[in-house]
Design a binder for this molecule. Structure first.
Ligand SMILES: CC(C)(COP(=O)(O)OP(=O)(O)OC[C@H]1O[C@@H](n2cnc3c(N)ncnc32)[C@H](O)[C@@H]1OP(=O)(O)O)[C@@H](O)C(=O)NCCC(=O)NCCS
Length: 416
């Protein structure tokens, strides 16, 4: 059942749509001057034709008989008038079409900017996360997806009212329209059934139908739906996880993630500061729409690259964030310290998810460390030979002047 909040979102989307209608009316008013100029020009041509008939008759008095007949023939003047009308109408059409295309392009650019705005990016990330983890929880999909549906409603309205031509919409938005309809149509169908109203998101559906048909014709395909792996890739792109250097201001959030991920072995703030001071470049956070959701800290001990700690907030797990953090850390260590022989980490023997991730990346268990953790639980030591990764992911720099003070004392065993 869509929540009250979802209902509010839809009302908001409808209000936005009213704004769209106002602009639609304004744009039509702009076309009318062109139209009236055309009508006046037409009238002028007719008047000119009529008066010109008399004068021309005088001018061609001395001309050959054929010309004189032509000048006195009503059909000739009617034909000339018709030709003039056709040219004028064509001219008006060209002017209006040109003006409308420019105006449509401006509308669409605005809609594109709206799609890329930080606010929308946050919503897209939230929706992508829900669609990746809970696609059948329509209440959640509604909470995160109402704004996106409203967005495509606006686009559909521009198409339905003929304000933006199909080819322009197709060339700018085809991919996102097709993918989002494919992802959101089950929710929309469910919403219509719940509300017992088939008109909800009609413009979005209309938009999808027209663009899908256009795409099918252009690509000569029967089906424009993406397969599951393409959809997953699309959602991961929408999720937009950025990795960047840890900053002092992230410490509070990193501690939150730490406490929600580890029990007795959670690192203290001082331990994180120590890790950071050892190698600031090896301490990264993963963020979605400027919200930190995970971190990794890697340092070097002699010829060994150590993965000291890594965690992803429980709400953001199984979204490939842990894998990206690990890949980044290995890549970073490989590029930064070419002389490394090994990568090493320790993991609780019952932490099957993490062990699986490490094995997928190439780590192998080399030892079991009895009573390694504070609660005397055992750890596997896992290692991987250091090969130099092809390239490190480009890094986003932390602002200057954000360095942490050096710790006073060496700290205890890391929790990994
Ligand atoms: C371990 C951890 C960092 C993984 O992060 P994540 O973002 O959830 O992991 P990913 O989505 O990148 O998973 C990559 C692969 O690892 C494996 N994996 C990760 N978590 C898993 C789990 N709970 N169960 C089974 N497999 C798991 C899967 O094969 C997964 O690939 P798939 O989702 O395509 O099947 C996260 O679970 C975590 O923070 N755990 C608590 C803290 C912790 O244990 N840190 C590591 C200490 S050594």
């Amino acid at each position: 059942m869509p929540s009250e909040k979802a209902g509010e979102g839809y009302r908001q989307a409808k209000d936005d749509r009213k704004g769209g209608r106002m602009r639609e009316v304004l744009s039509w008013l702009l076309f009318w001057p062109t139209f009236w100029v055309g009508v006046v020009a037409l009238g002028a041509i007719c008047v000119l034709c009529l008066t010109f008939e008399q004068r021309a008759a005088r001018w061609v008095r001395g001309a050959p008989e054929f010309s004189q007949t032509l000048v006195h023939s009503a059909n000739f003047w009617v034909g000339l008038g018709a030709l003039g009308t056709i040219f004028t109408l064509f001219f008006i059409y060209q002017q209006i079409a040109g003006a409308r295309n420019v105006s449509a392009y401006q509308f669409l650019r605005e809609l594109d900017d709206r799609f890329r705005s930080p606010e929308m990016r946050r919503r897209r990330s939230g929706l992508a996360k829900v669609l990746l983890t809970n696609p059948e929880n329509y209440e959640l999909v509604g909470q995160h997806g109402e704004e996106i549906c409203g967005y495509f409603e606006d686009l559909g309205l521009l198409l339905r009212k003929g304000i933006a031509p199909k080819y322009l919409i197709w060339s700018m938005f085809d991919y996102r329209i097709l993918r989002y309809w494919q992802l959101l149509s089950p929710y929309i169908r469910n919403y219509r059934v719940q509300k017992q109203d088939r008109t909800y998101y009609n413009d979005f559906e209309y938009l999808w139908k027209r663009i899908a048909r256009f795409e099918k014709n252009i690509l000569r395909r029967n089906n424009v739906d993406a397969d599951r792996s393409d959809l997953d890739q699309f959602l991961h792109n929408e999720l937009r996880v950025d990795l960047r250097r840890f900053r002092l201001s992230d410490l509070g959030r990193v501690m939150e993630i730490e406490r929600s991920s580890f029990d007795v072995d959670a690192y203290s703030e001082d331990q994180f500061q120590e890790l950071y001071n050892k190698d600031p470049g090896g301490f990264r956070v993963a963020e979605i729409a400027n919200f930190v959701v995970g971190y990794i800290a890697a340092t070097v001990l002699g010829e060994v690259g150590e993965i000291d700690s890594m965690a992803v907030h429980p709400d953001y797990r199984r979204l490939r964030i842990g894998r990206r953090l690990m890949e980044f850390a290995l890549s970073y260590l490989g590029v930064q310290y070419p002389g490394l022989k090994l990568y090493r980490l320790q993991v609780r023997t019952n932490n099957l998810g993490a062990i699986r991730l490490y094995e997928q990346l190439g780590f192998r268990t080399t030892d079991t460390l009895k009573g390694y953790y504070r609660d005397h639980a055992d750890a596997f030591e896992m290692e991987m030979l250091a090969g130099r990764p092809a390239s490190a992911e480009p890094e986003r720099q932390a602002p200057k002047g954000d360095l942490l003070p050096l710790p006073e004392q060496p700290k205890s065993t890391p929790p990994l």
